[in-house]
Ligand binder design. Structure first.
Ligand code: HEM
Length: 331
């Protein structure tokens, strides 16, 4: 009897211990995370983003993409910001990022300003999350409340960046499966793709579409071909807007473009494929494209919610990682 009560006490103790450990590691992100430790953070970041975007709007697109490329590679941990080091080959030169991701100087400028007021408090991963939201808002898109409390990784992985980021040659089935891997529904994937309402792409990423795809508007293709020659290696870095209509406004015209067969990337046009009865791997995204095309508010609402969800991807919290002093190098 005595030994059984001793045994159950041990079990109770073990359970209490396990619950305590569990709750300590299950630290959640919070929109109020820096309210006491760095109360001016959000206004400081917004001021910096606004002043950078006033000079050059495209940088807003680049900053939004940086956040996406951070979160899909081992979570939103600021790993994309790290330069190559003796210990690892970073993500900046992974195939989807090389000569393509931009905006690091803005993150540096924001971090510098934030460190001045709140030294050692705010992570680069969180700065990236706020900057992405502020960029979208500046360009006329929806707002959302950014959850905070992420910490920065102490490494980056070029291999993971090569493996996890979608390619512009992806078909619909591939797009659906890449996003599903990160917990996104097809509808959320279609909404997130609407980020291509801003920013630019290089010829090397849409040449195949211009010369091989059949589901492309003739006049649009002709115009784009004039600055993106068929020969590989010629004009690879020539830029074209992802959204032919309103290049710098965050709106729903991306969906109108693809409805009219004027998606710039092959992967964009995959979301609307009426020519084969709207099927792609058994799933049609045509109706979602039409819905977002007709209703900007529906697009905005799904986009904003999906961005919050993206920000929840595998954050480092508690005592994992660190708060980098300089976003480009580990402490
Ligand atoms: C659905 C799969 C996606 C594919 C295949 C894809 C691919 C691409 C490619 C190839 C470019 C042009 C890069 C270059 O030519 O240098 C690009 C640009 C861009 N992407 Fe995506 N992307 C996808 C989803 C997303 C998502 C989910 C977001 C953000 C939520 C996003 C945001 C952007 C932005 C804003 C740009 C323009 C960047 C700039 O002008 O600097 N993309 N994307």
């Amino acid at each position: 009897m005595a030994s059984s009560s001793f045994g159950s006490s041990i079990v109770a103790l073990f359970i209490t211990f396990a619950v305590l450990i569990g709750s300590a590691s299950a630290v959640h992100l919070s929109i109020r995370y820096y309210n006491n430790s760095c109360p001016k953070l959000l206004s400081m970041v917004k001021d910096k983003v606004d002043s950078q975007l006033e000079k050059k709007e495209r940088i807003g697109a680049s900053l939004l993409r940086l956040f996406f490329h951070d979160c899909f590679v081992n979570g939103c941990d600021g790993s994309i910001l790290l330069d190559d080091s003796a210990n690892f080959t970073g993500e900046k030169n992974a195939i989807p990022n090389r000569n393509s991701v931009r905006g690091f100087h803005v993150i540096d400028a924001v971090k510098y300003a934030v460190e001045d007021v709140c030294p050692g408090i705010v992570s680069c991963a969180d700065i990236l999350a706020i900057v992405a939201r502020d960029s979208v808002v500046f360009l006329g898109g929806p707002s959302w409340r950014v959850k905070l409390g992420r910490r920065d990784s102490r490494a980056a992985s070029q291999a993971a960046a090569n493996e996890n980021l979608p390619s512009p040659t992806s078909n619909l089935t591939e797009l659906i499966s890449i996003f599903r891997k990160f917990g996104f529904t097809t509808r959320e994937m279609v909404a997130l793709s609407g980020a291509h309402t801003i920013g630019k792409a290089r010829c090397t990423n849409f040449r195949g579409r211009l010369y091989n795809d059949l589901d492309i508007d003739d006049v649009f293709a002709k115009e784009r071909r004039s600055k993106c020659p068929e020969l590989q290696g010629s004009g690879d870095d020539n830029l074209a807007p992802l959204d032919i209509q309103t290049t710098i406004a965050f709106d729903n015209s991306y969906y109108i473009n693809i409805f009219m067969k004027m998606g710039l990337l092959h992967s964009d046009q995959q979301l609307f494929q009426l020519q084969n009865n709207g099927t792609g791997g058994g799933v049609s995204t045509d109706s979602m494209v039409v819905e977002y095309m007709k209703s900007q508010s529906s697009f905005f609402s799904y986009f904003a919610k999906a961005m919050v969800k993206m920000g929840d991807l595998y954050p480092l919290t508690g005592s994992s990682g660190e708060i980098r002093k300089n976003c480009r190098v580990i402490n």
